[in-house]
Design a protein. Structure first.
Lengths: 308, 274
């Protein structure tokens, strides 16, 4: 007996000659928001389809909410799963309400909750009555999100949910995701937009060419990647030489535009270095510590994968 | 059962929104009314009722038109949804694949049934309002024509579903649909006539089976030879005496032409990689 919402063990999926997913292990715990990142064709969507039971693995085992998602008796499992596909097109001549009503009935969810759902995703009453052909990309995406939240799912798959959304919409989108996670929903989120995932995901899974190349919290991945932390200092020009002598061999020093000096050092040396800089009366105007971003880590893991 | 109705209802509603239902019904009604008015003109003293004339002309036209409408309506049903990405979403719901396919089919078949019953029914009403007294048998033949037209439409809808399930892109599905129409509706009979005319000594038995191997021919035989009054007028009375295909058999064959393609499509669809 496991407490995981979803468990993927050694799963491989082959479509003819190409291997879309290669020996992937993955577990999703309740109340966890996991971000899956990777290029197009890295196997993200294939993995989601496998977990939805739309396709069956060539090798390996998948258990979702205690059962096999592709089995005949999976109706009760699917009722607890929400899915927001990458490209979703609703029938243009139906209204928003009709569309959500249809999906609610199909899922066996109460249609009375639909109004609350519309409100949650921010579709206004006037818009609900209009045909989907009049909707903007953002409104369609909101409707798609509403659809995925029908029946209060325990497990939510979001495939590229924020493509085509403006920044304000993204904010409200992640607010909804955070609220769901706090209520114990497991969320698997696929994205290219790495920067916006920072602070949203409890864990990041990096996929490349069907393989899982990294899996862990942002902090774990940072220490794994051992990418340098950069300390940016703004200080008078005369002080730079003093700084250089004080830093010595511990960090690489580069001069940036506008009198800014950047020191790159290992994460473990960071605190000692800051102490040394700030203590002995060096006239520092400003200090900024830049952690390696998700983008950089992602690039790092892909480079490492390519080197192997 | 419930799931089937939900899916069928959605399909019917979408077709209504698209004006498919209205357009098809109007087209059928216009043709049926035209033919029934034409049919009621020259009968005079020939001894055939206007209904029989209408049945002959209308069923001949139905053979060409209804399969085309049915195929146009259905060739996109599966492949189009996969293309637009809605299929992945639908299948992530608690729905079995056969339920989805059958539900959609029922919706499309309902569109055909609605258009046929209303459109041809209008012609029936127009005939009933005419001056000639119309016998009980004539009405039965007319009702049978409407019913079998619905079956013909459903059979070609099922064939359209099969085409839509087999292929991976919409263009190919459309191509297959056109080929199915050409093959069953036009070329098949031409080929059969050619063989008969060449005097290759095709036995009656073989001919019977060859006629059953085409839903359009089964429909034609059912309407032109199934009822005495009609066959006398259609000039098929001689044929009717030779063709030993009973009405129940013809109906069973048409039902088979609905069920078999649909079952095959469902089997293929459940194994299809989405």
């Amino acid at each position: 007996m496991t407490d995981f919402t979803a468990e993927v063990q050694g799963v491989t999926k082959r479509y003819g000659e190409t291997e879309a997913v290669r020996g992937v292990d993955l577990t999703l715990a309740p109340g966890e928001c996991v971000a899956m990142v990777g290029h197009n064709g890295a196997g993200k969507s294939s993995l989601i389809k496998l977990m939805l039971g739309l396709t069956t693995p060539t090798a390996g085992r998948i258990r979702v909410l205690g059962g096999d998602p592709a089995s005949a008796a999976c109706s009760h499992i699917r009722r607890q799963i929400g899915f927001l596909p990458e490209n979703v097109a609703f029938h243009p001549n139906m209204t928003g309400r009709e569309t959500l009503d249809f999906y609610a009935r199909l899922k066996g969810a109460s249609r009375r909750d639909n109004d609350a759902l519309f409100e949650k995703v921010g579709l206004e009453a006037a818009a609900i009555k209009r045909r989907i052909s009049t909707y903007s990309k953002g409104m369609r995406q909101r409707l798609a999100l509403a659809q995925s939240l029908l029946g209060g799912p325990k497990l939510l798959f979001l495939d590229e949910p924020t493509t085509g959304l403006d920044p304000a919409l993204r904010q409200s989108f992640y607010a909804i995701v955070a609220e769901l996670r706090d209520r114990g929903t497991t969320i698997l989120l696929c994205s290219h937009a790495l920067t916006e995932l920072e602070g949203q995901a409890d864990r990041v899974v990096v996929m490349n060419r069907g393989r899982k190349v990294a899996d862990g919290s942002l902090a774990t991945l940072r220490s794994l990647a051992q990418l340098p932390v950069r300390i940016r200092l703004t200080l008078p020009t005369g002080e730079i030489d003093t700084l250089a002598s004080r830093v010595g061999q511990d960090a690489a020093l580069t001069r940036l535009a506008g009198g800014v000096v950047e020191l790159a050092c290992a994460n473990d040396d960071k605190i000692a270095l800051v102490r040394r800089i700030s203590c002995n009366g060096l006239a520092v105007d400003d200090i900024e510590i830049v952690q390696p971003s998700l983008d950089e880590m992602y690039a790092h893991f892909l480079r490492r994968e390519a080197a192997e | 059962m419930n799931t089937l109705l939900i899916v069928a209802g959605k399909e019917l509603r979408e077709a209504t929104r698209n004006r498919w239902v209205v357009a098809t019904t109007l087209l059928m009604a216009a043709l049926a009314l035209t033919l029934s008015f034409l049919g009621s003109v020259p009968t005079g003293t020939v001894g055939v009722g206007p209904v029989e004339v209408t049945i002959v002309s209308l069923s001949s036209l139905t053979i060409f038109l209804l399969p085309l409408i049915a195929l146009l309506l259905s060739f996109d049903a599966v492949v189009g949804e996969i293309d637009r990405g809605t299929m992945t979403l639908l299948l992530s719901y608690p729905v079995a694949r056969w339920q989805l396919l059958l539900g959609k089919f029922l919706g499309h078949a309902a569109v055909i049934a609605l258009a046929t019953v209303v459109g041809y029914g209008a012609a029936g009403v127009a005939l009933a309002m005419g001056h000639t007294a119309i016998g009980h048998d004539s009405w039965r033949a007319f009702a049978a024509m409407i019913g079998s037209s619905v079956m013909l439409g459903a059979a070609f809808t099922a064939l359209g579903y099969l085409a839509s399930t087999i292929v991976r892109d919409r263009g190919t599905a459309a191509g297959i649909a056109v080929a199915v129409w050409l093959g069953f509706v036009l070329l098949y009979d031409m080929a059969l006539l050619g063989i008969l005319a060449s005097g290759s000594g095709l036995g009656v038995e073989t001919l019977n089976w060859l006629l059953l191997a085409n839903p359009a021919d089964a429909y034609r035989l059912f309407n032109l030879t199934g009822f005495k009054g009609v066959s006398a007028f259609a000039g098929t009375a001689g044929l009717a005496a030779h063709v030993q295909l009973s009405v129940p058999l013809l109906l069973a064959v048409m039902a088979g032409w609905i069920a078999a393609p649909l079952a095959l499509a469902a089997a293929l669809f459940s194994r299809k990689q989405i």
